[in-house]
Design a protein around this ligand. Structure first.
Ligand SMILES: [Mg+2]
Length: 243
């Protein structure tokens, strides 16, 4: 009997909270050694294409995943590069600056403003319990709306970004580009949910659970540790035998 050809698989990961443990300060996040080993093994399989899809700037996520043979997307889908580093999509940087009063109020509440190539993020991980945090978030959303920016909600963070393709759009684009017959996506945050839902109906979706409770998108498998995740992914990537 003829051996069935293995399915072409697109295997895509979010970065922070997924391949890299969440760091108090985003600049300090580094990819887990287990993740490097797993990704190298997975991308060596001829039927697997690897991708990292992050909210970070593309150059930032590329530097943090150097050594992986992977497509990379930054700014939640605005930028895309091939495994050889060719730019497949770029968007000009746009400096965005919230009003000074908002920045002062955020600093006063120990919230953090992160300026990115295509957006500004307001973080409240570790912020004071002062009652004005929700008001500052509302003011940030209003400013973003007035500027015509797209709001991307995450865990303890909200980002105002130049409107454009999402992580799900990137997943769909890469699936087409690589003629993937099966898509596996792994993420941890609200910003991954659309991509997870799409992957669940085109292959499988895994959510890395976090201590900060979230509801998980339907169809996703929940994992609580990287060793467990990679063990399950290895099973999922085993070539189907027979028929
Ligand atoms: Mg994440």
């Amino acid at each position: 009997m003829r051996q069935a050809r293995p399915l072409r698989i697109l295997l895509a990961f979010d970065f922070d909270g997924t391949l890299a443990p969440i760091a108090e300060v985003a600049e300090e996040a580094t990819i887990a050694p287990d993740a490097v080993a797993f990704c190298r093994w997975a991308s060596s399989l001829p039927e697997v294409t690897l991708a990292v899809v992050s909210g970070r700037d593309l150059e930032d996520v590329a530097a943090r995943t150097a050594g992986l043979h992977a497509f990379r997307s930054g700014s939640h889908g605005l930028e895309l590069s091939s495994p050889l580093g060719e730019r497949l999509r770029s968007v000009a940087a746009r400096p965005l600056e919230p009003p000074a009063a908002l920045i002062d109020a955020a600093a006063g509440a120990e919230m953090r403003i992160e300026r990115k190539r295509h957006g500004v993020a307001l973080h409240w991980r570790g912020a004071s319990d002062a009652g004005d945090v929700p008001d500052i978030i509302d003011a940030f959303r209003k400013w973003a709306g007035d500027e015509g920016l797209q709001i991307i909600d995450g865990r303890l963070v909200v980002e105002a970004r130049i409107p454009g393709p999402s992580k799900k759009d990137i997943l769909m684009e890469l699936a087409g580009l690589t003629a993937a017959q099966r898509v596996i996506y792994v993420g941890d945050d609200l910003t991954d949910f659309e991509a997870l839902e799409w992957a669940a109906s085109h292959g499988s979706a895994f959510v890395v659970a976090s201590a900060e409770r979230l509801e998980y998108p339907s169809g996703s498998e929940v994992t609580h540790s990287l060793p467990d995740l990679f063990a399950r992914l290895r099973v999922a990537l085993e070539p189907t035998s027979g028929s």
